[in-house]
Design a binder for this molecule. Structure first.
Ligand SMILES: [Zn+2]
Ligand SMILES: [Zn+2]
Length: 260
């Protein structure tokens, strides 16, 4: 009888054997258990008021949400913000770098920056939706960009050592200064969804805002020398990604402690 009743839960018990039926006639406990399993309601097993308490507890944490737009719309919004913030900045700072770069240099660097910006925007849109499929690995994307950027700059830009010591921190500092407000605007947009992994989100936001800082500096800076571009401009992306990841992890700890 026990193994027949157990089998009802896993679906391996089929027709009621005569021996078991005869046992039910003598044993009200087994007959009652059999009836409960068949009705599958389980309601009668829950103590009075517990179901209501669970309902109230769940409802207290629930807040009404607006449906999010599609990934494409969200990603275009992120890209639009980058353009809307980046173009005036470049206009005010001046595009000395644009004039000094050759067509090949400009095309290669722009393709790398633009492609990474698009992938970051798509990833940020995915991260806004809980439980969604995330097909872009942020560490992998950043590693690919870092490798591509290093190769392009090392191959296409002259190694003359200009601006490595004197103007090194100046460009990095200016780029980081740009990425702070950009990061804040992107963060505002992202919190309109329901992101779950703050560490990853922080790194992505840091990378996206650092990428804009790097882009503006690359198009603005008159020192188009390989060492300067790699270390001074490249450090903008590295430092802002690290800062974003650290802030994100801190936020994750804080929210975990609060919910405890
Ligand atoms: Zn029995
Ligand atoms: Zn520079």
């Amino acid at each position: 009888v026990d193994s027949y009743l157990d089998g009802l839960f896993t679906g391996t018990s089929k027709d009621l054997p005569d021996a078991v039926r005869r046992h039910f006639a003598d044993c009200p406990r087994c007959a009652e258990l059999y009836r409960l399993i068949l009705t599958q309601s389980g309601e009668e097993l829950i103590p009075d008021g517990l179901g209501e308490r669970i309902r109230v507890n769940l409802h207290r944490d629930l807040r009404p949400v607006k449906p999010l737009p599609s990934t494409r719309v969200l990603a275009l919004r992120f890209l639009a913000i980058l353009v809307v913030l980046g173009v005036p900045l470049l206009f005010f700072m001046g595009g000395g770098g644009l004039e000094r770069m050759s067509v090949t240099q400009l095309a290669a660097v722009t393709a790398l920056l633009g492609g990474t910006a698009i992938l970051l925007a798509v990833s940020l849109s995915w991260q806004m939706v809980p439980g969604g499929c995330q097909r872009i690995s942020i560490p992998l994307l950043l590693a690919a960009f870092g490798t591509g950027f290093s190769l392009v700059v090392a191959a296409l830009f002259p190694w003359e050592g200009r601006g490595f010591v004197d103007a090194g921190w100046e460009c990095a500092g200016a780029g980081l200064l740009i990425s702070v407000p950009v990061g804040a605007v992107l963060l505002y947009l992202v919190t309109r969804g329901a992101p779950l992994s703050f560490g990853k989100l922080g790194a992505s936001l840091g990378a996206a805002s650092g990428l804009l800082g790097l882009t503006v500096l690359q198009f603005h800076c008159p020192i188009q020398d390989a060492a300067h571009v790699l270390f001074s401009h490249g450090s903008i992306l590295v430092l802002s990604t690290a800062a974003g990841a650290i802030l994100g992890l801190a936020a994750e700890r804080l929210s975990a402690r609060r919910s405890r």
